[in-house]
Design a binder for this molecule. Sequence first.
Ligand code: IVH
Length: 744
Amino acid sequence: MSDPDVPEVPEVPDAPEVAEPDAAARRRHAELSEKLGEANYRYHVLDAPTISDAEYDAGMRELRELEDRYPGLRTPDSPTQHVGAVISTLFTPVEHLERLLSLDNVFSLDELTAWADRAARLGGTGPYLCELKIDGLAVDLVYTRGVLSRAATRGDGRTGEDVTPNIKTIASIPTRLAGTGVPEILEVRGEVFLPVEVFERVNESLLDAGKPVFANPRNAAAGTLRQKDPRVTASRPLDAIIHGIGRVEGSAAAHGGIHPPIPPGEGIAGAAAGPGEAGHLEGAPDTQSGWYELLRGWGLPVSGLQAVVPGMSGVREYIAYYDEHRHDPPYEIDGVVVKIDELTTQRAMGATSRAPRWAIAYKYPPEEVTTRLLDIQVNVGRTGRVTPFAVMEPVKVSGSTVERATLHNADEVRRKGVLIGDMVILRKAGDVIPEVLGPVAELRSGGEREFVFPGRCPSCGTPLARDEGEVDWRCPNARSCPAQLRERLFHVAGRGAFDIEVLGYEAVAALLDGGLVTDEGDLFSLTAESLATCPFFVNKAGELTVNARGLLANLAEARSRPLWRILVALSIRHVGPTAARALAEEFGSVDAIDAASVGALAAVEGVGPTIAASVRDWFSVDWHRAIVGKWRAAGVRLETPDFDASRASARVLAGVTVVITGTLPGFSREEAADAVRQAGGKVTSSVSRKTSFVVAGESAGSKYDKAAELGVPILDEAAFRVLLEQGAAAVLAEDVQAEKPSGP
Ligand code: IVH
């Protein structure tokens, strides 16, 4: 992707040969793109990451390497081409004055040296500006004549979401700049974060309130910044550090008049280069570190922990120092950012479509600690998957205390070779998901014991089953296994589904234990009377608790959630928010999805055959349909209101049923059927009064006769092509009745 705002400097070619990707490379590329795309979504939108940062980074590298080898795979929608995902969907979108770029990463000192060599070939040498890479959220602040006029999240780098009221709760961000020489327009970028100490306090109070805690400070900061109510934001004091400048225009009135604006694309750190020639802003320095001093003077929060060093040995020292002192700063860091300090050089070096060439992020390796493996237990998930997990002596790693870690499956436990009672090595890559790497075998006492995978479901006692070729054991009792039920109900209430805030784990357990619900179908039939029969929902005075009343209010509201959320709530395998949105947009109601053929489902962009088959399977189970029935009866809206079938009806054959008979010279039978489905039509095998058209090729037989008898229009191949392109009306307008083609 080329960016008109970013001066392009030709890439230094590393690998000159350009090859065609083979099937394996294509498959791997597609796999990784999907996985990383989904991970991005979960990370940025749901705040519920499913893969670790280390896994994400490794995937991203592999993807980038694949694309370097086969540039044809680098399509604009590849995750490598996105600077970041949209973080909040709640707030007004605003365009940044200058694009916010991302950073390229290196993971070793050798890679760092290679970057420095490349940079040197483009004219970029020391002095280097070394900074900590803060694990927070990027924000873009615009000061107009010294007053904070707008604050936005990074979004996709071009457009972010307006979070001004929330940002204004951050004490260290001035709403008005101090001092003299403030430009007419000043756009700065920085990182918003929750100091580690505040994070711990926030989690303690969440714990006290019986609410789920945040996995790490970054998540907590994201959750806090996304609050609709700035008062909630204010209750969790965020902090910020500025690390870049975007657009700078004109000097302040204090300087007696407005200077000519600096042309777009001239911002530093976050745009392509420095803030224009120093002459545009009286006395403006030509280094980024110099600008930091200027910003500090105007009252903006700039880090005191950066260093300007003359050469790469100084950079390595800085990196080594903070490797040792990683937890000294009051915020979480996941690496060091190295920038060429001189702005003229930054400008000359420019940027790729994703990241500047004059900066690089050195990522620290994941932190490792040891702790005792006290037990291995198993957990039964929403879909019946039985997952072993490690129970450990609590230990602090990468900013949070860990005492549990998934072990994925039975094979994985064997592969890691851990015994219960072992000292184990635990890693958490400055991120979310802790991982047990393996045992410290030298520390064994002989009293350790092997983990035996249970033969029966620990929740309902049903013998576990494992499909041919699958690694996972499952509890087949999907309908009434208490663990699966509990997880499903919790999922139904989750942020990605009905978003029933007060329905936490405890409330779910109380509903099930008290027999108030037998499955998720009963949820919307809860009443004040039924809740009153359950001690969990009644206070000492015998009245419904605040929570119980909240639950009823939440349920009332949740009855009219958008269709895609209902689809997510149904726990259909493979149907996450992305597929659910695509299905909802295409079909507009649960009934239409239920009625759709596998072909019609698979034809939807973003759905495909696996998801389509899974949707069909799901709807073929009686008790699944009963859930839908119960929700319908309880007043849950199962369609998109005023669905004008805009997408569906825009498809030329929506509502048209076609029978294909005989041989068409230009299409195989499958191709013809697919073409109909692609155009939104339905293909059936027998002719009835409901058939819209019969397409008759060579050797058409009884179906032709039947169509003629019933008066169903019969099309030859030419007319069929008109039908596919222009729709039914175009065909009916012409006289298209085909002659009965002769037999072989
Ligand atoms: S400079 C053009 N400096 O890391 C380069 N970024 O992974 C713009 N970050 O989007 C970024 N600490 O949100 C810069 N000292 C620092 C940083 C930093 C954290 C974030 C920033 C950026 C992301 C890239």
